[in-house]
Write a protein that binds this ligand. Structure first.
Ligand SMILES: Cc1cc2nc3c(=O)[nH]c(=O)nc-3n(C[C@H](O)[C@H](O)[C@H](O)COP(=O)(O)O)c2cc1C
Length: 151
């Protein structure tokens, strides 16, 4: 069975909630899914990785993700095998730092050679009261577009 790790970066649980809501969509198409809240670089060794990452401070990573990002930056592993998707959560009232953590992580992963499948989803708390309302249809379409089913 193909393996999907959903790596979560959250302060208040919104990104974790999104991860829990989308998990069954992947299970329905044959993935074994783990939600990871204390990720290490080893968790990138899966058939597919989905990041659900909110932003705190001034474009900063949520605390639970900081050791992971530090390890990635310090070790600079070659991630040429990694295929990933990324859901960034933020609030456009923060201006320039909107979805800053998700954007920075995306850049770092690509610098390390990883391949993002499709565009990043950015969920704006100013526009979307329930993040799931944006995340669920996006993930459904993502699975379809990237032909991720049937594994
Ligand atoms: C103290 C604080 C700082 C924040 N800073 C930013 C920011 O710089 N950029 C941004 O896009 N959103 C920012 N946000 C908004 C959160 O990213 C957004 O509300 C997100 O949905 C929270 O997700 P979570 O429940 O997973 O922590 C901030 C929120 C708080 C409470």
């Amino acid at each position: 069975m193909a393996k999907l790790n959903i790596i979560v970066g959250t302060m208040y649980g919104g990104a974790l909630d999104v991860a829990e809501q989308v998990k069954p969509l992947f299970e329905n198409v044959g993935y074994e899914v783990d939600i990871i809240e204390q990720p290490s670089v080893d968790h990138l060794q899966a058939d597919l990785v989905l990041f659900c990452v909110s932003t705190t401070g001034s474009g900063d990573f949520p605390g639970n993700l900081v050791p992971f990002v530090r390890a990635l930056s310090a070790q600079s592993p070659a991630l040429t095998e990694l295929r990933y998707g990324l859901i960034a959560m933020g609030d456009s009232s923060y201006g320039d730092t909107f979805c800053g953590a998700g954007r920075k992580l995306d850049e770092l992963l690509q610098d390390l050679g990883a391949t993002r499948l499709d565009e990043r989803l950015e969920i704006d708390a100013m526009e979307t009261f329930m993040a799931d309302d944006a995340a669920l249809p996006w993930v459904e379409a993502w699975i379809e577009r990237q032909a991720l089913s049937g594994v």
